[in-house]
Write a protein that binds this ligand. Structure first.
Ligand code: NAD
Ligand code: IPM
Ligand code: MN
Length: 368
């Protein structure tokens, strides 16, 4: 049987730096676990614009549709701020999500014990935390029309449209309930049904999917602004959170700080099952291209490496190997190995991006 295929899109800024460490890990699995992947690599974001004049070439889009999984680093950067909106690096990422129809973006926020002291919140608030944000990824205000900048009475105005169909809400709700059944059996749905019609529909449809298909799962509803506050006040009240595209973007960055750093948060963007039964999938860290630290070897590669662990679990049916990788990361953190973003007053061993990758490889070796 052919090896599973992976398309790597490192992107911009720290994207290629963190992805270099993932490539080492992929090679390790081929060498040491007889788990070989057919890996190809291509351009996305500003890197693609520099070569093709667009942030995602059609050929790259076609390749992404064919592989078993896409791994994406990050896109964007100040160099591209001047570009027309239609060719900005971020449009490349959004095109991948939309055309692959990756409607469920799983953003787990787990606090590793070794970092419980490091969060900006008190240790007992975050220690042992394990929540999963399910962000709708292909609709909502990111894609709704009409949109644009228009002019009226000599003045310009900007328009974006929050739009959700019932079936879009249903399918992401099902993803959340299915995940909850394998975790803590609890879903909290977040919207603003108090001010938005799309929120009213969201709440109604999530409740219906629950009542008809998942009555055994505990469901609650929360306004998203309260949800942001509750995430910081007592995040352990949550198991799975399901929310729309924009609220999910913001709430997941907020959840990052529960884990200690944005450099720790992975994600899986999943679509409908393909012929082989696995979901169409792209794995991407939650963080961006971090222009402020790019090119300095300071980036934390763990979010990107944990995203590959999610690929092992959700695309390659290698849950045990995903756990092995997560435990290797846990071990390295417990040993006090720290990239700059994780350096607190308690100290630790400061390492570069590449050294962090090497330490994780050493921990993987030690796990055999
Ligand atoms: P960002 O996530 O790039 O950075 C926010 C802060 O977190 C910065 O201080 C950065 O140094 C730090 N940070 C992020 N990742 C880190 C890591 N792995 N290790 C250590 N520190 C890390 O967000 P931003 O600054 O708002 O955006 C910069 C660019 O990235 C923009 O062009 C934005 O559109 C883009 N972006 C892309 C993605 C993506 O590709 N998925 C996500 C978010 C932002
Ligand atoms: C993310 C990012 C993206 C988003 C941008 C870069 C398009 O912030 O993946 O969280 O807003 O979805
Ligand atoms: Mn974001």
């Amino acid at each position: 049987m052919a090896n599973p295929s992976i398309l790597i899109l490192p992107g911009d800024g720290i994207g290629p730096e963190v992805m270099a460490e993932v490539k080492k890990i992929i090679s390790w699995y081929g060498d040491k676990r007889e788990l070989a992947f057919d890996v190809s690599e291509d351009l996305v974001g500003g890197a693609a614009y520099d070569v093709h004049g667009v942030p995602l070439a059609d050929e790259t889009m076609a390749k992404a549709q064919e592989v078993d999984a896409v791994l994406l680093g990050a896109v964007g950067g100040p160099k591209y701020d001047v570009l027309d909106f239609s060719v900005k690096p971020e449009r490349g990422l959004l095109r991948l999500r939309k055309e692959m129809d990756l409607f469920a973006n799983l953003r787990p926020a787990q606090c590793f014990d070794a970092l419980a002291d490091f969060s900006s919140l008190k240790k007992d608030v975050v220690a042992g935390l394990d929540i999963m944000i399910v962000r709708e990824l292909t609709s909502g205000v990111y894609f709704g029309t009409p949109r644009g900048i228009f002019e009226e009475n000599g003045e310009r105005y900007g328009v974006n449209t929050q739009r959700y169909t019932e079936s879009e809400i249903e399918r992401v709700a099902r993803s959340a309930f299915e995940l909850a059944k394998r975790r803590g059996n609890k879903v909290c749905s977040m919207e603003k049904a108090n001010v938005m019609e799309s929120g009213i529909l969201w709440r109604e449809v999530v409740q219906r999917v629950h009542d008809e298909e998942y009555p055994e799962v505990e469901l609650s509803h929360m306004y998203a602004d309260n949800g942001a506050m509750q995430l910081v006040r007592w995040p352990k009240q949550f198991d799975v959170i399901v929310t729309d595209n924009l609220f999910g973007d913001i709430l997941s960055d907020c959840a990052a700080m529960l884990t200690g750093s944005l450099g720790m948060l992975p994600s899986a963007s999943l679509g409908a099952p393909m012929e082989n039964g696995r979901p169409k999938a792209m794995y991407e860290p939650v963080h961006g291209s971090a222009p402020d630290i790019a090119g300095q070897g300071k980036a934390n590669p763990i979010a990107c490496i944990l995203s590959f662990a999610m690929a092992l679990r959700y695309s390659f049916d290698q849950g045990d190997e995903a756990t092995r990788l997560e435990q290797a990361i846990e071990k390295v953190l417990a040993d006090g190995v720290r990239t700059a973003d994780l350096m607190g007053p308690e100290g630790g061993t400061p390492v570069s991006t590449a050294e962090m990758g090497d330490k994780i490889i050493a921990a993987l070796d030690a796990s055999l």
